[in-house]
Design a protein around this ligand. Structure first.
Ligand code: ZN
Length: 199
């Protein structure tokens, strides 16, 4: 490895910092990039810079977006009176793939976890309450995971939302206990969304 020139060594070092990429794989990838056409290497580099420079959070749902409002929030055919609360952007994607939901989302950016020092102030809970206070929201579906943290976050939200004039339900049947939405199949998510129950 030390016989490589410094530029190649640096590329290997940077690639090996990616999750799941060991030094051997990083070496293979760097050599592959070296052989690849110039335009491919350039577009890969540009896409990484654009990813970091342009991706931001949607000001409404706090999902990933590259403009003020994400594509879902900006879509007038989505039901704005129905909000599905999820932990992470990947959970939203899992529900979208199921095709069983036509409302909008609210991404908490995590779950309550006292063990990890994550409290209500670290999540987008206040922003959710503000969205509801602005009116036009009739129902909130809580689709946090069925882990201990996901359930306690759902209970916390249900208590907060019970003071507001909004129907609150919890995504339910079929999601395995401890289940992370992004690993659950689409049909199961669709059924769980249809079978949500009041909180
Ligand atoms: Zn949005």
């Amino acid at each position: 490895m030390q016989y490589y020139p410094p530029t190649l060594l640096n590329a290997i070092k940077q690639l090996s910092r990616l999750p799941g990429i060991g030094e051997k794989t990083a070496e293979r990838l760097a050599l592959h990039l070296l052989r690849a056409p110039e335009r491919y290497a350039a577009s890969l580099a540009e896409s990484i810079i654009a990813l970091k420079g342009q991706t931001r959070l949607c000001t409404l749902c706090h999902g990933l977006s590259d403009s003020e409002h994400c594509r879902i929030c900006a879509n007038p055919s989505r039901n704005a009176s129905l909000i599905c609360v999820v932990e992470q952007p990947a959970d939203m994607v899992a529900i979208e793939k199921s095709g069983g939901f036509n409302g909008r989302y609210h991404i908490l950016q995590g779950v309550l976890s006292p063990m990890d020092g994550i409290g209500p102030g670290d999540l987008r809970i206040q922003e959710l309450l503000e969205r509801i206070n602005q009116g036009a929201v009739a129902e909130v579906v809580i689709a946090t995971s069925t882990s201990v943290e996901g359930d306690s976050t759902a209970a916390f939200l249900a208590e907060k939302l019970s003071r507001l004039p909004v129907k609150v339900s919890r995504i339910a049947s079929g999601i395995p206990i401890g289940g992370d939405l992004k690993y659950v199949d689409q049909v199961t998510i669709k059924r769980a969304m249809e079978a949500r129950h009041d909180l």
